[in-house]
Design a binder for this molecule. Structure first.
Ligand SMILES: [Zn+2]
Length: 136
């Protein structure tokens, strides 16, 4: 990979993660986020993997609502999958494509290679459409 491409991808990644943090920070208070993670006892609410509290994400069921009942703790894979599987109809989870696509990209590219390949393989068509929209 040429260095310009690497720099471009790094910038994309950083922007995507900034957006994720922004969205995450907008809806749940830090107290609510902590409570959601504590209630999970270290296990992902999606795949039930015991990943530990520090690796769980306080995930919104519908974005834009900050109450604890609207959240559950997911591992990064399940959070990435949730955003990816809703990438063609993000309004059902309170987002627009413009807001959800960078979140999808950030989460998917942050996964380890095995998990990333599994997820992209499962949602290949949707993933390609997300990338196409992000390139515009
Ligand atoms: Zn999971």
């Amino acid at each position: 990979m040429r260095s310009k491409e690497i720099i471009g991808k790094t910038v994309d990644f950083t922007i995507s993660y900034g957006i994720i943090l922004l969205i995450a920070a907008c809806a749940f208070s830090s107290k609510t986020r902590r409570k959601i993670k504590e209630n999970a006892n270290g296990a992902c609410a999606g795949c039930e993997a015991k990943v530990g509290k520090d690796k769980l994400i306080a995930s919104h069921i519908v974005h834009g609502r900050g109450e604890i009942s609207n959240g559950r703790a997911l591992c990064e894979y399940c959070e990435a999958e949730y955003h990816l599987e809703h990438a063609e109809n993000p309004q059902t989870i309170g987002l627009t494509k413009h807001k959800n696509d960078p979140v999808v990209f950030g989460h998917v590219t942050h996964l380890d290679q095995t998990a990333r390949n599994a997820l992209i393989g499962k949602y290949a068509d949707i993933w390609q459409r997300v990338l196409k929209r992000l390139k515009k």
